[in-house]
Design a protein around this ligand. Structure first.
Ligand code: ATP
Ligand code: LTN
Length: 332
């Protein structure tokens, strides 16, 4: 009998994975398999809430799977799958929409941000997204949901919906906790350090992608927006650019802010920025090369996502059957 606690998370294949997705999420996942029963998926159903090019979506989904593996998620120890392969997500998603309030969904920051960004396509899926995310999570009865700071609000809504449902029908869902890393919890854009580094950001210079070649990474860090001072000092409010670079450097080297301040005392930004680039590359270059190698082996990737969907589907189905019974659907 497997007594391990369960943990689940997903990322939308909405673009190339960034340093933010890595430091804020995936990096922290690789070490968890020993302790937890882990499920990670490509949230392709969430991705179509913003209009996608179909060929690109397919490519991003497979590249993301290859990157997960390259980042250290061993498919033998983690269940890796594609959301749309497990139809129970859509089914529970519908049920949970009927237990999520209009007002709750209206308050979601991600909805407000994305509807401001895509005013031509504020569709019902974008609005109901958190109900589908609640389904993604609750199907697997996880104890923890490791996400970046920006997703905490969605996990809290998931807890509210689960509690509401349990209140009506008894203990159907386990109430999950968000699991948020301390360092690298929010990597900001290198060009606009007050907004999150995001893979769907059209400004590619602000964003460091895991697949970027060495020259591109170095160029992006050298051009990172800073301030008119010259001293490397941590001040999130007053010096957002430098503080962001310090956080990235700390996350890649394990150094503290005090150590970094001492290291670059009197040296100025001209030396600090390329040092951050080098530190990032020491982490991302091996991942990039390994992901490219894995991506060429299509048969292997297929075997991974098929086995993942099978295992995930089995667990998801158990929860969905219980829910269908509770709400009053006639058993088939
Ligand atoms: P999109 O641009 O499509 O909204 P995104 O790049 O913002 O995507 P998500 O797919 O929303 O990224 O996030 C994947 C995971 O990575 C989430 O757990 C999220 O919290 C984390 N994450 C994403 N971007 C960052 C970031 N800049 N800093 C820290 N964590 C991040
Ligand atoms: N909303 C998340 C992606 C996501 C997710 C999930 C994360 C979809 N379903 C379930 C954790 C658990 C995002 O945009 N990063």
């Amino acid at each position: 009998m497997d007594e391990k606690k369960v943990l689940l998370s997903g990322i939308q294949p909405s673009g190339d994975l960034t340093l933010g997705s890595y430091l804020g999420a995936i990096k922290n996942w690789a070490d968890l398999a020993k302790e937890f029963d882990c499920y990670y998926f490509m949230a392709d159903m969430h991705t179509i809430t913003v209009r996608q090019n179909p060929a690109e979506l397919r490519r991003h989904t497979l590249e993301q799977l290859a990157s997960y593996i390259a980042c250290g998620l061993d498919p033998n120890e983690n269940t890796l799958f594609i959301q749309s392969h497990v139809h129970q997500h859509a089914e529970l998603g519908w049920v949970l929409q009927c237990y999520t309030m209009f007002g709750e969904l209206s308050r979601m920051t991600q909805f407000k941000d994305k509807s401001a960004k895509h005013q031509e396509n504020i569709n019902a899926g974008l609005f109901a997204y958190p109900s589908l995310m609640a389904a993604d999570i609750l199907l697997y009865q996880p104890d923890y949901v490791p996400v970046g700071e920006d997703q905490k609000q969605h996990v809290e809504l998931t807890r509210d919906v689960a509690n509401r449902f349990n209140g009506l029908y008894g203990d159907v869902f386990k109430i999950p906790e968000p699991y948020i890393p301390k360092v690298g919890a929010r990597v900001m854009s290198l060009q606009t350090p007050t907004s999150k580094m995001s893979k769907s950001d059209p400004d590619q210079n602000g964003c460091v992608y895991l697949k970027d070649d060495n020259d591109t990474v170095m160029r992006k860090f050298k051009r990172a927006v800073t301030d008119s001072e010259t001293c490397v000092r941590y001040d999130r409010e007053g010096k957002p650019g430098i503080s962001n670079l310090m956080e990235i450097y700390a996350a890649c080297t394990g150094k503290t802010y005090e150590e970094i301040q001492r290291e670059f005392d009197g040296k100025g930004y001209g030396e600090f920025k390329p040092a951050v680039g080098e530190a990032v590359l020491s982490v991302t270059a091996p991942i990039r090369d390994e992901a490219q190698r894995i991506l060429k082996d299509k048969a292997y990737l297929e075997s991974v996502y098929k086995a993942g969907a099978e295992k995930a589907g089995y667990i998801a189905n158990k929860t969905l059957r219980k829910v269908y019974k509770k709400v009053g659907f006639v058993a088939r």
